[in-house]
Write a protein that binds this ligand. Structure first.
Ligand SMILES: [Cu+2]
Length: 484
């Protein structure tokens, strides 16, 4: 008898080990699925005061935790630092982290913390304005029912099987058969649960801010200019977002002024605060002056539905404002037009040169527009050179090799930024970068000019962390009338 037990003991140990291994194999995938919450990385451009910053924000995993933010200064940022914090919506930043914003092109990483699920804001303050970037921390994925079925079924099955193999059970066949049946049921439940388990898809933290339609929080708006004065707000709708532009203080040519953009919903009148980041910004703003100078900027969100950006108007007159945005959900891409005025005597704008060679930012730029006919796809190609050599170190900007901004003719036949008849367009060169991660010497675009007349184009690229803007005038001819 002792000999039999001695021989059976190792065999039982092997069986138990195999079964425990099977149990672990069954339970492990469920555990992995539970913990594999993906993290969301989002890039966003902020024009905060005089600074251009590119932020890379990595949302914490479900439930909250470490929130790394990389700050990359661009443009000609003045030396200094900005203060970063993570707060609940509208909250006052406590214990902000100082980040140097010089030199340009030097990224710095800071680790913030958002320790609970829900809506948060990453605040970036420059001492005057507090930018608030909305982020969402997902609720941790709960353990699904099928995982519990695997765990309970496998445990029950293994325990019953081990018990059925004990000598005492084997001496009582009915007990052994009963335990065997329990083991079979348990393992079948576990196996069925694994086979029918849905593919794991934990809740993903997204860039989409929680829709908030409260009026701007005066105390926390973070905008230093107080209540904005509105020289000539001129709301116009495009889609369902109404944009209203005003200046925080009276504007005058040559003086920096904060432009305040308020977004409301045309059907409800509520503030629009459900914008999703698209092409690295919440709002892409084209501000076109009476002198036909373009500022393509990315205003910072200072309160729900309120965006602020600093501009230096070059001339007196009326400025056209084109706000490109995407609402979360199925809101789609839309452009809201508005305008504001810089008081003073206005001077007629001289048209930009047509296609051909010109200088820009120390480079020779040759712009080719072979044949511009209304209603037909037209190519616009800009080739960059310097000192007789091709320029191949253009940096991508907003995820693109280049941007082409287009303003069409108004009722007067020439581009007029405040005439609703002037069509606005924004086209991308989405060419892949070369081996060095840069672009050039060519950027090319394709655009269909909707009707004949004079258009103002601006080709935009980035080099040395500076945006280079090349204005071009293009006359679009009417499509030939069909033969009678
Ligand atoms: Cu933009």
């Amino acid at each position: 008898m002792c000999l039999v037990i001695a021989q059976q003991a190792p065999r039982r140990a092997v069986v138990v080990l195999v079964l425990l291994g099977a149990l672990a194999a069954l339970v492990a995938p469920a555990a992995l699925a539970h913990e594999a919450t993906p993290t969301g990385v989002q890039r966003i451009e902020l024009d905060l005061g005089a600074r251009e910053l590119a932020l890379t924000i990595t949302a914490p995993p479900g439930g909250g935790g470490r929130l790394p933010v990389v700050v990359l200064p661009r443009g000609d940022a003045p030396p200094g630092e900005v203060q970063l914090a993570a707060v609940r919506p509208g909250g006052v930043p406590a214990d902000p982290v100082a980040v140097p914003v010089a030199p340009v092109g030097q990224p710095r990483e800071v680790a913030l913390s958002a320790d609970a699920p829900g809506a948060w804001e990453v605040t970036v303050a420059d001492g005057t304005t507090v930018a608030r970037v909305p982020i969402t921390v997902a609720v941790p994925a709960s353990t699904p029912g099928w995982v519990w079925a695997v765990r309970v079924g496998a445990l029950l099955g293994v325990v019953a099987l081990v018990a059925a193999l004990t000598p005492s059970a084997r001496q009582r066949p009915r007990v052994a058969i009963g335990l065997g049946a329990v083991a079979l049921v348990g393992l079948t439940v576990a196996g069925t649960a694994v086979a029918t388990a849905p593919s794991s898809a934990p809740t993903t933290p997204t860039a989409a801010p929680a829709p908030v339609t409260a009026p701007p929080a005066g105390g926390h708006a973070g905008h230093g200019g107080g209540a904005p004065t509105a020289p000539t707000p001129m709301p116009m709708t495009s889609g369902s977002v109404v944009a209203t532009a005003s200046t925080a203080t009276p504007a005058s040519p040559g003086a920096p002024v904060d432009l305040v953009l308020d977004l409301t919903d045309s059907s409800t009148g509520a503030r629009v605060d459900d914008l999703a980041i698209h092409d690295d910004a919440l709002v892409h703003l084209a501000v076109i002056g009476p002198d036909r100078q373009l500022a393509h900027v990315h205003p910072v969100r200072t309160a729900p539905g309120r965006y602020v950006v600093r501009l230096t108007p070059g001339a007196a007159g009326r400025y056209g404002v084109f706000a490109e945005m995407e609402r979360a959900g199925d809101g789609g891409h839309q452009v809201a037009r508005t305008a504001f005025e810089v008081p003073g005597p206005s001077v007629p704008a001289a048209p930009a040169p047509g296609p051909g060679p010109r200088e820009a930012a120390g480079m020779q730029v040759d712009v080719a527009v072979p044949e511009a006919v209304a209603g037909r796809p037209t190519s616009v190609v800009a080739t960059f050179g310097q000192g007789g050599r091709q320029v191949t170190d253009l940096q991508g900007w907003l995820g693109m090799a280049g941007h082409l901004m287009v303003l069409g003719p108004g009722l007067g036949g020439t581009p007029d930024p405040v005439d609703p008849a002037s069509a606005f367009g924004h086209v991308h060169d989405m060419g892949a970068p070369g081996p060095a991660g840069t672009h050039g010497p060519r950027v090319s675009f394709e655009h269909t000019f909707p009707r004949a007349g004079r258009y103002q184009l601006w080709v935009q690229v980035q080099r040395g962390w500076q945006v280079v803007t090349v204005p071009v005038t293009v006359d679009v001819t009417p499509a030939a009338a069909p033969a009678p």
